[in-house]
Design a binder for this molecule. Structure first.
Ligand code: NAD
Length: 347
């Protein structure tokens, strides 16, 4: 396995492989960059096909957090963790406590939180052993509704820029993934009279979206080619790739999933096809913004968090306008803006 020379490594400051035999914990903790502050980013629990796949995922996610936190104007650096294995079989209080102890070894260089297959209850178990976790019950809590709110506002900005309307009434959204964020997002879109087409690997989630929001369910691979205005990736990353781009009939790609572009060149391909892409780490920053307010000296306030989340609308409009003016893909403009902030240590 190569580490330092692989593209995803991208000058990571630190990568820790953590193991606890008693609980079966196998985790990789990646700290990408702390120029703007301590690294903060969630932990994902996933049954990776190989350790290599887990490493690539955590490195990509960790770098994404550096850019996300910088662009959102938070004094956080970027990091991420993955726990390897089947969450249904492996999850236990002891495992999360073991994870918490591993975080202590990093001495506050990295703070962990919820991501795919990790709930606030899991993070509360880790909290019994460490102060280096955020997104806590009784404080900022579950970040997903805030991520959904920011993604919804980002979708509104994309619709405004591309379709020149403030209304979602009658527009069709192809939503992939009805998890913590996807389901909240469905509700917001449904409340604006949008039409929903959905896919998920979990039948119970599909049934809920169909009954609560009048969604039409399609197969896992059919979601890319449906007649819709917006493709909304809310499951895992890399769904914008050589296979899916030619299938897309949408005008906009805007969703909460991390690392949506399989490779940066796919951002150019979307532009070529006239599809407006809302850069993932710009549109999905709502959850981390909410977590940021956990450390507010005046105490956590969801009102303050929501106000900051609302800035996502303007950030995206700025990216879209500049991309158009400079004839560049939107992901490249987002990178330029974020890199400038990172270079200046968050100023
Ligand atoms: P989640 O685990 O609650 O939901 C993911 C959903 O996707 C599940 O319902 C799962 O069944 C479904 N899914 C998995 N594979 C699929 C496939 N091939 N096709 C269709 N559906 C599939 O996770 P979440 O917290 O809702 O996060 C969703 C995405 O948003 C992830 O990429 C995550 O990293 C990103 N994100 C989440 C947050 C947050 O606040 N939770 C913040 C920023 C980014």
């Amino acid at each position: 396995m190569t580490v330092f020379s692989q593209a995803e490594f991208d000058n990571h400051e630190q990568v820790v492989f953590a193991h606890d035999e008693a609980t079966g914990l196998r985790a990789i903790i990646a700290v990408h960059n702390t120029n703007c502050g301590p690294a903060v980013g969630g932990c994902r629990f996933w049954n990776y096909a190989s350790d290599e796949e887990a490493l690539v995922d955590v490195l990509r996610l960790s770098k994404g957090m550096t850019y996300k936190n910088a662009l959102a104007g938070l004094n956080f650096g970027g990091g991420k963790a993955v726990i390897i294995g089947d969450p249904k079989k492996l999850k236990s209080e002891a495992l999360f406590r073991a994870f918490g102890k591993k975080l202590n070894n990093l001495n506050g260089t990295y703070y962990s939180a919820e991501d795919v297959n990790i709930t606030t209850a899991d993070i509360m178990h880790a909290y019994k052993e460490t102060d280096y976790v955020v997104g806590l019950e009784g404080k900022s809590g579950n970040p997903a509704p805030f991520t959904a709110y920011g993604t919804y506002l980002g979708i509104k900005a994309a619709v405004k820029h591309k379709l020149n309307t403030d209304s979602l009434d009658g527009l069709t959204f192809a939503i992939q993934g009805l998890g913590s964020v996807g389901m909240y997002l469905c509700e917001r879109l449904y409340n604006e009279n949008a039409k929903l087409i959905v896919s998920d690997i979990n039948q119970a989630s599909i049934d809920k979206a169909v009954s609560d929001f009048g969604a039409v369910a399609v197969g896992l691979n059919d979601i890319y080619s449906v007649d819709a205005d917006v493709y909304v990736p809310c499951a895992l990353g890399a769904t914008i790739n050589d296979q899916t781009i030619p299938q897309l009939k949408v005008k906009i790609v805007a969703g909460c999933a991390n690392n949506q572009l399989a490779e940066p060149r796919h951002g150019f391909d979307l532009k070529e096809r006239g599809i407006l892409y809302a850069p993932d780490y710009a549109i999905n920053a709502g959850g981390i913004i909410n977590i940021f307010f956990e450390q507010d000296p005046e105490g956590y306030s969801s009102d303050k968090a929501n106000k900051k989340v609302e800035e996502i609308y303007d950030t995206l409009l700025e990216i879209f306008t500049r991309a158009e003016k400079e004839d560049k893909p939107t992901h490249e403009i987002a990178d330029i803006l974020a890199q400038e902030i990172i270079k200046n240590g968050g100023k």
